[in-house]
Design a protein around this ligand. Sequence first.
Ligand code: PLP
Length: 389
Amino acid sequence: MAQPPDPDDARPLAPATRAARALGASDEAVGGVVPAIHPSTPYRRDRSGTYPGGHSYARDQSPSFDAPEALLADLEGGAEALLFASGMAAATTVFETLPNGAHVVIPEQMYWTVRGWLAHLESKGRLRVSRWPGTHPARLETLLQPDEPTLVWIETPSNPMTVVTDIAATVEVARRFGARTVADGTLATPALCQPLSLGVDWVMHSATKQLNGHADVLAGALVCATPDAAWEAVRYERGYRGAVLGPFEAWLLLRGMRTLYLRVRASCEGAQRVAEALQDHPALAEVLYPGLPEHPGHAIAARQMQGGFGPLVSLRLREGAAAARALPSRLRCFADASSLGGVESQVEYRAAVEGADSPVPDDLVRLSIGIEDPDDLVDDLRTALDGAA
Ligand code: PLP
């Protein structure tokens, strides 16, 4: 009788397939095709005092985290992932593990709340923070010192200025000085870029955004290339601080991640269309999108991202702050709201959120392109901008 094919000989499944199948996660107990939600917070010991299911208490590790963590680690090409209650919970946990006085190097343009939190830690004397443009990694050399505990934070493309950082070149400089590197991969997601394959130590995500993709879960994640003592410190912090997801949110996140590749592809196509269609609009001073050949980071983004340049397009209004502030209310297909990466397109006048000390110009409007028909989005934006020109 012919032998069934050895599963190890089979062609590896593509990431989109692995995501759609959630790596085969299912409800073994009843044969359910989708995994169950596990609401229990404590888990029983057996007579020997150990935990047969491998879980003790949901603050340390809930069984509801297992499938989404395994899928995210797989898609990032990492060894392990840990879920958190939000992207900020994931990011602040990284900083919490650093020794007092450690040096953190951040890009000038980055997600404003992480930047603000680091300024807060700096003002307390907890960490030393240096800033660099995020471009031209050789410039990092003047900031780094060997023998100083240092973390280099990367965010590419950055929110909302779409600055592109050359991940591999940044890691090369950081490594020479013994610095750890962490990349905020929120805007790219593993569907477009895998920073671990470019040498980064850890990837951080606001899973609230495209990983979940439906604007109905707050979640964050860290993924490591190699578990080491520093990664164990992250796990320790998570278990003690308890900034973790509830089981239903973890289940929704897994459901969202199954369609990640489909949604990211549609959003990238829409964003590219919108950026190209608006590029020469007379009401705009600039369209910021790494998919445009004119974008200063385009060549690097094209090299380190595959299949698109993300959902975020920023517009700078020629008429300045007042015109930018007025734009969101003129749009009918964009929710005027403070997030990105959902199936529905969103718009936001950033200066109103980020405040006066933000490096983001006050004429900037951020768009997050969803999965709608791009023609509708382009028409909507053109109509609103024609009125503003
Ligand atoms: N990083 C980036 C790039 C973000 O855009 C956000 C949120 O918008 C965060 C981190 C923080 O994530 P969360 O809102 O899930 O705490």
